[in-house]
Ligand binder design. Structure first.
Ligand SMILES: [Zn+2]
Ligand SMILES: [Zn+2]
Length: 50
């Protein structure tokens, strides 16, 4: 487990490094709806590590 560093989005970090299960059914460079939503709308401020 690697904790998300400052400035990173917790959800996207978790998905990418700690809970790949969330992306297991996806292609290597594909993202789940939650991550896609972040890419389109931006990462919610409260999810960014302070
Ligand atoms: Zn994010
Ligand atoms: Zn994801």
């Amino acid at each position: 487990m690697r904790p998300a560093p400052r400035g990173e989005c917790r959800q996207c970090w978790e998905h990418a490094y700690n809970s790949r299960r969330a992306h297991k059914h996806l292609a290597p460079r594909e993202n789940c709806p939650e991550c896609v939503s972040h890419m389109v709308n931006g990462h919610p401020d409260q999810m960014i590590v302070k």
